[in-house]
Ligand binder design. Structure first.
Ligand code: NAD
Length: 267
């Protein structure tokens, strides 16, 4: 059994369904998370929430043929307590994240944050919430990117500072933050491995409908090594988010990463 499958079965299978609240439910990611969770008996959607004014409010998330009826998208409520919720999943915005923290606190649930480009105050609020809640911040919920992070750190350590590191990331033209949260995390991994990576060597390209591409290059005298990850489906991230939410169910308060879910460790 893979680390991903075992993380999923140990947390979800043995103790009944994982009940989730999805914040940003009508977005590109939120909609896929709701659709996949709705089609999977291991999950139950406690609420699908959107910002005030979203045209999705009042609409039903369409189930697949023969699937369970989908939830109706609701406005993020004034009273944030939901009963029996195991994990709040946030793929929204910095403003949405503040609601997600309030919901997770009031519902005594874990919090999985996939939203990137968070300002310092939002990150500080999350860190403080992790004293009372299980919090997982994942700029990228794919197994391949977690493995890439490990490879980048190890390559930086093996090659030493004589090899110049650079990161190029490409995304669709609707993406709000640049560089991507994933590129920043990969940069941290290169620096952990001893690479003197300069901020101007992390470059972003925006255009079309690219789901996500990250290339880390180590250039030496007469050679270079490139490590590339390409996402070919947004469902990759949505499935990873559900695996992480199942893993978070019942975890003690603390700060977790997707590497912890996959048993790779952050170090
Ligand atoms: P999107 O713009 O399609 O969706 C965001 C949704 O959040 C929208 O429907 C919006 O109405 C809703 N929203 C905004 N503020 C809200 C609030 N206050 N309350 C409730 N809902 C609110 O964006 P997307 O492509 O789905 O990406 C969302 C976030 O996830 C971005 O930060 C993106 O970078 C990140 N992302 C992370 C991963 C990952 O693996 N962690 C993968 C893809 C995208």
């Amino acid at each position: 059994m893979s680390t991903r499958e075992s993380a999923e079965s140990s947390s979800a299978g043995a103790h009944g369904r994982v009940r989730i609240v999805v914040v940003g439910a009508a977005g590109r990611m939120g909609a896929r998370i709701c659709a996949l969770a709705n089609d999977d008996d291991r999950f139950e959607i406690g609420a699908a929430l959107e910002r005030e004014g979203s045209p999705a409010i009042g609409r039903t998330i369409t189930p697949h043929a023969g699937g369970r009826p989908g939830p109706v998208v609701q406005k993020t409520p004034e009273n944030p307590a939901f009963s029996g919720v195991h994990a709040v999943i946030d793929f929204s915005s910095a403003a949405g994240l503040h609601s997600s923290i309030a919901i997770a606190r009031a519902s005594r649930s874990a919090l999985l944050v996939g939203t990137t480009g968070l300002p310092d105050d939002a990150r500080a609020a999350l860190k403080s919430a992790s004293r009372d809640l299980a919090v997982l911040l994942a700029a990228n919920t794919s197994l391949g990117v977690a493995a890439l992070g490990r490879l980048v750190r190890d390559a930086a350590a093996m090659l030493g500072p004589g090899y110049e590191c650079s990161i190029v990331e490409a995304h669709h033209n609707q993406k709000k933050d640049a560089p991507s949260g994933t590129a920043l995390r990969l940069a941290e991994r290169a620096i952990e491995g001893g690479s003197p990576l300069r901020p101007d060597q992390v470059v972003s390209v925006r255009g079309g409908d690219v789901i996500g591409e990250h290339t880390v290059r180590f250039a030496g005298a007469g050679e270079y090594i490139e490590l590339t990850h390409r996402a070919t489906s947004r469902d990759l991230f949505a499935r990873g988010a559900l695996v992480a939410a199942a893993w978070l169910k019942g975890r003690p308060a603390g700060w977790y990463t997707v590497e912890d879910v996959l048993g790779l460790g952050s170090r």
